[in-house]
Design a protein around this ligand. Structure first.
Ligand code: COA
Ligand code: AMP
Length: 628
């Protein structure tokens, strides 16, 4: 039996033994005596009697072990033309001081702190400072509108909010502080204080409860680590659900630390002293797990990048960063590689940089299409390794385990189930389907450590969203199949979640905004294939009778509405006026049928369709994108 097969079998047959031994990589203030607590099933708890501090594991313990001079974080911002490096000792000091700032504002263990920050070192410092105090952070991606931020503030009820005067996109300065002020004007919950990082590119006007980040940090007393129960929450990260209300994914402290340490060594083959770069944003789960926590927990160096794959300054930006900082492995979404390829089809900019230390390109966040996989493999000459996971899981469900047992890579597949994940493919009735047959991808309970134990303050929604469709299993929301060799193929979502440039969005939420336009009678928003972003949202609208509006003007208004209510990240650019939408006789819009046609994978038209002629009219419009 290979090392993978052995580890996988052990993780499923004896989760206590497997994760109990993985837990030895973590420094506990009280080592757990029990591993998996199934007494509240289907709510599971990992390491219920263990105590630890996640920030201590990410920082202090490396300094105490004599590695204080090792680089912990390298910030590289081609947008501002600056770089800044922190050793483990310096980062520990900065985080301890900022934890002192939070403590002076009354933040204690269990309190929530919302962060809305650009990709600056202070974002990482703010997150780790929360972890140090046992407080619960909730980072909100900067590309969301004020209303989305407000919803998250109301759900998390933070005592303090951390933000910056601005973020920097290549084409504009994004004023974060006015966005925060607008969100707070909408939200019912109000924090006691906001701490604002003033950036030179745009100074923010400060209000009564606002504090200047640098001033407070300069005079703060460093705070020590507060130990917490392994099952206490470390953070809440909101992700798109199928309704307007985002889901507050909860991450615990103990299981998270154990799972991330295990994944760093076994999936990504990264250990102490290695330089690692996850080119994502701290607002996404990839940022939480693989920019902040995992690399630091294992004592590696994490690169924090403020810029884009192209245009900062050119499509060689990534290769420059890899060469300059000696990156061993990087992690990004396929969309970034497609953006580079579009600008530099032959990869000729690669030769300008010394990539001799670069060993692996990891890809996740969306399906790695075979074309992009082949191109990246050819031009880079290193393994290009897909891995599949979600905000809910926090670390890979399926991967090619480069540190444990590298396996042949198959195009279009993130490879095999990771130890701890009992992956099955089932039909609508929950029956397992044979290899090669498409179905719903589920994971048999219990989920391994690091996965969401529940939703923030909403156990009921956790059950209905994930555990009720297929009792005994977690529903991933993804469809696909497993082949004869056990390789998993993830083909796309089975719900209304779409993936735009590696960003997860709900078409349902967009529909609510589009439907509110005064000229719109009804609408359907579906994801259509997009050459760069993987998927792009497209709205099909039926106008109210008697209403006439220039389609271009309608598009302009609807796009502006979506930007205003959801944010630029939603990237809705196309609105199509149609005479009618396909529906069942009971009035349900046949979105799935529309999606299938748009994807070039048409499904049988349901016999319940009200009027098949509607679909005939719509098909050519949907097929414009099929197969691209
Ligand atoms: N703050 C404010 N606005 C933001 C933002 C942020 N942090 N991030 C993105 N936006 C804005 C962008 O400026 C853009 O606005 P625009 O419509 O006015 O141009 C909009 O949100 C859409 O952003 P994005 O989807 O990132 O598109 P893009 O055209 O700016 O860039 C890529 C396209 C492919 C280069 C970029 O998405 C990318 O690098 N993605 C891969 C990496 C990644 O982030 N993956 C996430 C999960 S691993
Ligand atoms: P998020 O929660 O934002 O990380 O998005 C998770 C979703 O992105 C998954 O449910 C998948 O639909 C998709 N996804 C992420 N990684 C992959 C991958 N490697 N292959 C296919 N789909 C992926």
């Amino acid at each position: 039996m290979g090392r993978y097969a052995e580890a996988y079998a052990a993780s499923i047959a004896d989760p206590d033994g497997f994760w109990g031994s993985a837990a030895e990589a973590i420094t506990w203030s009280e080592a757990p005596r029990s591993v998996l607590d199934a007494s509240g099933a289907p709510f599971y708890r990992w390491f219920p009697d263990g105590r630890l501090n996640t920030c201590y594991n990410a920082l202090d313990r490396h300094v105490e072990a004599g590695h204080g001079d090792r680089p912990a974080l390298i910030h590289d911002s081609p947008i501002t033309g600056t770089q800044q490096s922190f050793t483990y000792a310096q980062l520990t000091d900065a985080v301890a001081r900022f934890a002192g700032v939070l403590a002076s504002l009354g933040v204690t263990a269990g309190d929530r702190v919302v962060l809305s920050m650009p990709m600056v070192p202070e974002a990482v410092i703010g997150m780790l400072a929360c972890a140090r105090l046992g407080a619960v952070h909730s980072v909100v991606f900067g590309g969301f509108a004020a209303e989305e931020l407000a919803v998250r503030i109301d759900d998390a009820e933070p005592k303090v909010i951390l933000s910056a005067s601005c973020g920097l996109e290549p084409n504009r300065v994004v004023a974060y502080k006015p966005l925060l002020d607008e969100a707070l004007a909408i939200a019912s919950h109000q924090p006691d204080a906001c701490v604002i990082l003033q950036r030179p590119q745009l100074e923010a006007a400060m209000g009564e409860r606002d504090h200047d980040w640098a001033t407070l940090a300069a005079s703060a007393e460093p705070a020590g680590c507060t130990d917490v129960a392994a099952t206490d929450p470390l953070y809440i990260l909101y992700t798109s659900g199928t309704t307007g209300r985002p889901k507050g994914i909860v991450r615990d402290n103990g299981g998270h630390a154990v799972a991330l340490a295990w994944s760093m060594a076994n999936v990504y083959d990264i250990g102490p002293g290695d330089v690692w770069w996850a080119a994502s944003d701290v607002g996404w789960v990839v940022g939480h797990s693989y920019i902040v926590y995992a690399p630091l927990i294992v004592g590696a160096t994490t690169v924090v990048y403020e810029g884009k794959p192209v245009g900062t300054p050119d499509a060689g930006a990534f290769w420059r960063v890899i060469a300059e900082h000696g990156v061993k492995a990087m992690f990004t979404a396929p969309t970034a590689i497609r953006a580079i390829r579009r600008e530099d089809p032959e990869g000729s900019l690669i030769a300008q940089h010394d990539l001799s230390r670069f060993q692996t390109l990891f890809q996740a966040g969306e399906r790695l299409d075979p074309d992009t996989y082949r191109w990246a493999t050819r031009v880079l000459g290193v393994p290009v390794v897909d891995n599949w996971w979600q905000t809910e899981t926090g670390w890979p469900i399926a991967a090619n385990l480069r540190g444990l047992d590298p396996m042949p890579i198959k195009e279009g597949s993130p490879s095999v189930p990771v130890p701890g994940y009992d992956v099955r493919v089932v039909d609508g009735a929950g029956e397992e389907v044979p290899p090669g047959t498409e179905g719903n991808i589920v994971v048999r309970l219990p989920l391994p450590p690091g996965n969401l134990p529940t939703l923030w303050h909403d156990d009921e929604r956790y059950l209905t969203s994930y555990l009720s469709a297929f009792p005994g299993s977690y529903t991933t929301g993804d469809g696909g199949y497993v082949d004869e060799d056990g390789y998993v193929y993830v083909l796309g979502r089975t719900d209304d979640v779409i993936n735009v440039a590696g960003h997860r969005l709900s078409t349902g939420v967009m529909e609510a905004v589009v439907a509110a336009h005064p000229a719109v009678a009804e609408c359907a928003v579906i994801g259509v294939a997009d050459e760069l972003k993987g998927q792009a949202p497209r709205a099909f609208v039926v106008l109210k009778s008697g209403v006439s509006i220039d389609p271009e003007e309608l598009t302009r208004q609807v796009v502006a509405d979506v930007r205003k209510h959801i944010g630029p990240v939603a990237a809705l650019k196309e609105v199509e006026v149609v005479p009618a939408l396909p529906k069942t006789r009971s009035g349900k819009i046949l979105r799935r049928t529309m999606r299938g046609i748009a994807d070039g994978r048409p499904e049988p038209v349901p016999s319940t369709i009200e009027d098949p002629r509607v679909l005939e009219v719509l098909t050519p419009l949907l097929q414009r994108h099929a197969g691209s």
